[in-house]
Design a protein around this ligand. Sequence first.
Ligand code: GLY
Ligand code: MN
Length: 472
Amino acid sequence: MSTSLRSPSPSSVQAEIAPSLAATLKHRREKLAQQFSHPVILWSGQPQPRNFPANVYPFRANSHFLYFAGRSLQNAAIRLEHGRLELYMDNPSAASALWHGIAATREDIAEHIGADAAFPLAELNGTTDVATVAVQDYATRGYQARVLKREILPAHRAQSLDQSLAQAIVQLRLIHDAGAIAEMRDAAAISIAAHKAGMAATSQATHESQVRAALEHVVMAHNTICAYNSIVTVHGEVLHNEHYHHPLTPGELLLVDAGAEAPSGWASDITRTWPVSGRFSTTQRDVYDIVLAAHDACIEQMRPGVEYREIHLLAARTIAEGLVSLGILNGHPETLVETDAYALFFPHGIGHLLGLDVHDMEDLGDLSGYANGRTRSDRFGLCYLRLDRPLKAGMVCTIEPGFYQVPAILNDPERRSRYEGMVNWERLAQFADVRGIRIEDDVRVTEAEPEVLTAELPTAAAAIEDLVQTNA
Ligand code: GLY
Ligand code: MN
């Protein structure tokens, strides 16, 4: 897909992927069967009412279902056993056709996804002794419990059969097949075009919301959705800021963390930070280049066998070194990492798994991100690390170092006293125009060089300035 805006063409998208979809799904089921011999039922979920039943939030199927079923079906389930696929869903009623139009039949869908058999949902009743994964929406979770006649809990608290299934699914979904990578490249291309549109719109925009509209316009025009709520903010120090009402003032930085889903559901996740005026100030540029140095150093190390935790610590060291060179931190970078002093300014993990979910499989808790036997650290600098596994070819992870001046951290009396001698507070005050900077790309680990799926969106400060100035 080119990075320019394409007109929406859902039928051509489906036609493009249709020939290989059934084969991709079959391969996934066979791989699951190699690791897990017990029968499995996965539910897709159902639309959630917003304020009354007919007015619902946009529906998006559960990702474990989507991984094996390939289509975002509402109120459906699949049964997997020894590589066999059965589809369970009801055909649309006459009333549904009145309000929602003619929909594909169960039989059409079964053929499209390569199911071996298809049944109405009621045929699931009385099925017991199967493994499952809890769906996020509570209505479906209740339905799962009624069908299976047992409590359905999130994977990390689930009964051992469900937990074994979750472990097997994690092993599969950690390593992306060619079908998944193709979809993630499509998602990345949409996000790249969206960020460029956001940059180009900035000089004419008066508020954050207008930049958000410009970039989400691109996502919508591709007939798809964002993989998560966009962050478009001059208050980048609020890590997951989802307010868009602030005015844009020259001299401020705008932090944009926004990523599209491909129409198939595969995610992308990009962050860029740019100056509202189109020109970084000297202080902004100095810190930007430190974050970029950490970003580049980490991506370079994304190779099989490398521990992701070490990638995080490399970012920490690079940021600590940079902040020492600017006179913001005092001391030896190794010590600043060992004592977590760097985390005063980089208080989150270096990134996370990416796949059908923007934080892939986080519904399974740390079963997905943490290797067997590993648990979260309680250290200030490591407690938000979402991934602690050795890298393997086929994994896709984000790399997203940052620098933030978070008042709740920097004004905390306990931290202030603990790190008193390590921070030059007077020097830091000269960087007041740097509230938050993050640079994030999506990286595929290969046997050779890492592949940056989002590489077509520049990161260098001068190139970012050029893109922002495009329409100025
Ligand atoms: N893109 C949001 C996050 O990674 O948390
Ligand atoms: Mn991210």
